[in-house]
Design a protein around this ligand. Structure first.
Ligand code: UTP
Length: 305
């Protein structure tokens, strides 16, 4: 084995170059909209949620993006592929603006796809990325979790991983029982410059069992050792293979785990309330639609008072 082929140890500080986007979940919270349409393709104003996420990865130089898809999700591949008929029609009309907008998705990154045969959990989905990832650290961005491009998270996480190695997770502060919707971390110290060392973490605790009010959101930078840890992980209480459980195993093996605390704008588009908030907010700020839409919204809100 040449040195280039040797596995980077989990403490490797090589900067991640690849992104994995799990998008094979069933989207049960959003039925019936997600019965046929993948929730990752639901439009947030006029762009599918997943395009925001691929753009976020590409903006950080993660030029190779693997989307984990599954049954009924093939429209995802079509979205990031050329659309000759549509492009011809727009070209004939001379509509350069829309042409650029539909071509954007094909130009963002080198797209790769693999299928998770059954939706057996996030950890199981990530395990299908092993051949793509090879022996380098990599980023995981959840396909329904949009971070506003004006707020910085992934860049900081990649920097922290490149400095400290190991695992880096994105964190937000939540209040009350909301922690039971997320993974919860036990801090190993104070937050310094937005970064906190993590002692351990558990998935979706009961509120009384939460380890802190810091919740793991859909951004991770992981070492390749996660695949071995996933193989050693048993199914969790929900009958799913949990990424959180495999990360905890690596932490117990001595791999450093850090969190970057994020307080910017984030939308969980798999959740109907958050999805609606994302659409309204981004519509108000949209360069073409914003002025008219916000005017209408102001009037509409008055009718609710
Ligand atoms: P979620 O837990 O939000 O997705 O997973 P879900 O299971 O589709 O949603 P609900 O709870 O039924 O509404 C976060 C991300 O991980 C992917 C999802 O597609 C989503 O982008 N995922 C989840 C997988 O790829 N495979 C799985 O087995 C589970």
């Amino acid at each position: 084995m040449s040195s280039a082929e040797q596995a980077q140890p989990a403490t490797s500080t090589v900067r991640a170059r690849k992104a994995v986007i799990p998008a094979a979940g069933l989207g049960t919270r959003f039925v019936p909209a997600t019965k046929v349409v993948p929730k990752e393709l639901l439009p947030v104003v006029d762009v599918p949620a997943l395009e925001y996420i691929v753009a976020e990865a590409a903006a950080q130089g993660l030029a190779d993006v693997l989307v984990i898809t599954g049954r009924g999700k093939s429209a995802i591949e079509d979205h990031f592929d050329a659309a000759p008929q549509l492009e011809d029609a727009l070209e004939r009309k001379g509509d350069k603006h829309r042409l650029a907008r539909i071509r954007r998705s094909t130009e963002l990154a080198r797209m790769h796809y693999t299928r998770q045969p059954e939706a057996r959990g996030l950890g199981d989905a990530v395990s299908y990325a092993e051949a793509f990832v090879g022996n380098e650290p990599f980023a995981v961005l959840l396909g329904d979790d949009i971070i506003d491009e004006r707020d910085v998270l992934l860049a900081r996480m990649l920097d922290v991983q490149a400095e400290k190695g190991g695992i880096v997770v994105g964190l937000i502060e939540v209040s009350g029982a909301a922690i039971s919707l997320y993974g919860s971390i036990k801090p190993a110290g104070e937050v310094i410059d937005g970064v906190i060392a993590v002692e351990t973490l558990i998935e979706k605790p009961k509120p009384e069992e939460a380890l802190s009010n810091l919740a793991v959101i859909g951004r991770y930078v992981l070492p390749p050792e996660i695949f071995d840890a996933l193989r050693r992980t048993e199914l969790g209480a929900r009958g799913e293979l949990e990424l959180t459980d495999a990360m905890r195993t690596l932490g117990q093996d001595g791999v450093p785990v850090h969190g970057v605390v994020f307080s910017g704008r984030r939308y969980d588009t798999g959740d109907r309330q958050d999805y609606l908030r994302a659409v309204v907010r981004l519509a108000c700020e949209h360069p073409e639609l914003g002025a008219d839409f916000s005017g209408w919204l102001r009037e509409f809100v008055r009718t609710l008072e």
